[in-house]
Design a protein around this ligand. Structure first.
Ligand code: NAD
Ligand code: LMR
Length: 325
């Protein structure tokens, strides 16, 4: 058996984690021969609930789960970890925008950025899921000066898988027939799901769907999908978010498939004119555990305007958390 790998999960008593932890313990991230240790972080009042979740984890007798550590101290949770899922944050309720969470959640990511900086492995992969994810990741990066910014990413994978699914249904194909979907920008109602470079069974996606559908159905449906899930369930997406978190981290570790890419919110390097350092969702490929923004795609006026709107929104969010930098 291999040496166990430590994985930190924050917000471990919450609804996303209720799906995520069991999939991690089943081997969905690191494979069927890799034992793991789960290091679970919660706020003190939620530790009792978390103990119940740990009872259930134990009751599954997962062969790969060597140990579970629960704590309310970020430095204990992140001690020497290679993988950190930063899920813990308040979710929005009906009628709220994700940016309404900024004032409540930003402080969490300032503290956790510092803790990762102090104790995590120097090659940690930290994925921010808690909303507003892009700006929370920006805060974590800026409070972790000794870690490379590339140790962080925010989750746009749920938007990415939603876009694949919607296009596949429209074209009457399987999701695996869809390639090169891009979701640009902020994980907000401004996000820009883009079909200009996408392929369906070897044909250009935009040659198979009407422009009208792309502009008036595809884009707005995806921009508001999170809101629709909240409306229907009374709670924000959880199992699909956990799936996206695993898919993001799995891809970050194992790489993208030949000829395809995924959408990840990563620190901008100035590509496509997006201000450096903003955590912006781009199409990326991953090689040897490192993400690379896909360069040189043709961006028409329609797309450029949407990229600019996302950049402006993220600059506004950054302004709102300036005091925490
Ligand atoms: P939840 O309320 O069910 O769980 C959040 C948990 O985080 C709670 O148990 C809470 O006690 C804990 N928590 C709060 N502050 C903490 C801290 N400082 N340290 C550790 N834990 C802390 O919420 P959820 O449904 O699991 O969602 C979690 C976050 O993920 C929300 O912000 C939600 O909006 C976001 N989300 C993002 C995406 C995405 O695509 N990026 C998708 C779905 C949900
Ligand atoms: C989602 O996209 O489902 C999540 O970000 C939750 C939300 O608030 O929409």
């Amino acid at each position: 058996m291999k040496t166990p790998v430590d994985i930190a999960v924050t917000g471990a008593a919450g609804q996303i984690s209720y799906s995520l932890l069991f999939r991690l313990a089943a081997g969905d991230l690191l494979g069927p021969d890799q034992p793991i240790v789960l290091r679970l972080l919660e706020i003190t009042p939620a530790l009792e609930v978390l103990k119940g979740v740990v009872m259930e984890l134990n009751d599954c007798a997962f062969p790969l789960l060597n140990k579970v550590i629960i704590t309310d101290d970020a430095k204990v949770a992140f001690d020497n970890v290679d993988y950190a899922f930063l899920v813990g944050a308040r979710p929005r309720k009906e009628g709220m925008l994700r940016s309404d969470l900024l004032s409540q959640n930003a402080e969490i990511f300032r503290v956790q950025g510092k803790a990762l900086n102090d104790v995590a492995s120097r090659k940690v992969k930290a994925l921010v899921t808690g909303n507003p994810a892009n700006t929370n990741a920006f805060l974590a990066i800026n409070n972790a000066p000794d870690l490379a910014p590339e140790c962080f990413a925010a989750m746009a994978m749920l938007d990415h898988t939603r876009a694949i699914s919607m296009l596949a249904q429209k074209c009457g194909v399987l999701t695996r027939d869809v390639k090169n979907i891009s979701v640009w920008g902020n994980h907000s109602c401004m996000q820009y799901p883009d079909l200009h470079h996408a392929w369906v069974k070897g044909q250009k996606a935009l040659s198979l769907v009407e422009q009208e559908w792309f502009v008036n159905e595809f884009i707005p449906t995806l921009q508001h999908r999170g809101t629709q899930v909240i409306k229907a369930r009374g709670q924000s997406s959880a199992a699909s978010a956990a799936n996206a978190a695993i898919k993001h981290m799995f891809t970050w570790i194992n790489g993208t498939e030949e000829g395809d890419w995924v959408s990840m919110a990563v620190p901008s390097d100035g590509s496509y004119g997006i201000e450096s350092g903003l955590v912006f969702s781009f199409p990326v490929t991953v090689t040897d555990g490192v993400y690379n923004i896909v360069k040189g795609l043709d961006i028409n006026e329609f797309s450029l305007e949407r990229l600019r709107q996302n950049e402006a929104e993220l600059i506004e969010e950054r302004q709102a958390v300036r005091h925490l930098l």
